[in-house]
Design a protein around this ligand. Structure first.
Ligand code: OAD
Length: 231
């Protein structure tokens, strides 16, 4: 049974050098979301979209997990399936920190999916529109990520965990993209204690029982130490 649900966002990986979306100078100030993160944008210009994700994949490969990723992996190593690590991030830094079964609700940059037959495989560092699917050979390869207008992954498992957990913690997310922004209300409605760990107050900050503001590399290891001390 899941006791603690942790939701993370781009702020978790910010100190590993991966950009956030909505902070000053963030990804959505450099790119138009409609062009690179929607099915319509991909249909219009697949080369542009592959280029965007190829660049992000290269940044991700060069990045290293930071103290916050490592602390969450340590928490999970102690508590096992009592902890569910849900992330909106498409990087693999939690897994590389040692976490298992990370719930990638917005998909995984390191995986590819065939839009024609649904086959999934490990993404090569560089993808392009002509790349054939290894299963059906059609050139319908796309990054295995969830775009705006698509349904996030694993929503049933996440809903079940939110309804049964004792603690819900949100780390490094602006609380502005649904359905993830609604998780705090769902967990609270079922009696969970809710905690925000973010650099600045998120858009939904007022919905949390407690908020601690600071860099994830400091707040997350501190919170994990508290949880493990109280066991
Ligand atoms: P945002 O860029 O919207 O928010 C990042 C949050 O992290 C902000 O509230 C920052 O204050 C905080 N932050 C920045 N540096 C931090 C640090 N060192 N420690 C702790 N917090 C820090 O990113 P997300 O909320 O993850 O979706 O964005 C949600 C979704 O919108 C993404 O998954 C992506 C995006 O468009 C899709 O592409 C479908």
């Amino acid at each position: 049974m899941t006791r603690i649900v942790v939701l993370s966002g781009a702020g978790l990986s910010a100190e590993s050098g991966l950009g956030t979306f909505r902070d000053v100078g963030g990804i959505w100030s450099q790119y138009d979301l409609e062009d690179v993160a929607t099915p319509q944008g991909f249909a219009r210009d697949p080369a542009l979209v592959h280029g965007f994700y190829n660049a992000r994949r290269a940044n991700c490969i060069a990045a290293r997990p930071n103290a916050a990723h490592l602390a969450l992996a340590r928490l999970q190593a102690r508590l096992g399936p009592q902890v569910m690590l849900v992330t909106q991030n498409i990087d693999d830094l939690l897994t590389r920190a040692g976490a298992r079964d990370v719930v990638h609700m917005h998909g995984n940059l390191m995986r590819a999916v065939c839009a024609a037959c649904g086959h999934r495989w490990d993404a090569p560092p560089e993808m392009d529109p002509a790349m054939p699917c290894p299963a059906c050979a059609r050139p319908a390869t796309r990054p295995d990520v969830v775009w705006f207008g698509e349904i996030p992954n694993h929503m049933d498992d996440i809903a079940k965990a939110l309804q049964g957990c004792k603690t819900f913690v949100s780390i490094g997310t602006s609380g502005s993209v649904y359905p993830a922004a609604g998780f705090v209300a769902e967990a609270a409605a079922h009696g969970a204690r809710t905690l925000e760990l973010n650099l600045d107050p998120a858009d939904n900050s007022g919905l949390f029982d407690e908020a601690r503001h600071g860099p994830a590399s400091k707040t997350v290891p501190h919170w994990v130490d508290e949880v493990l001390t109280d066991l």
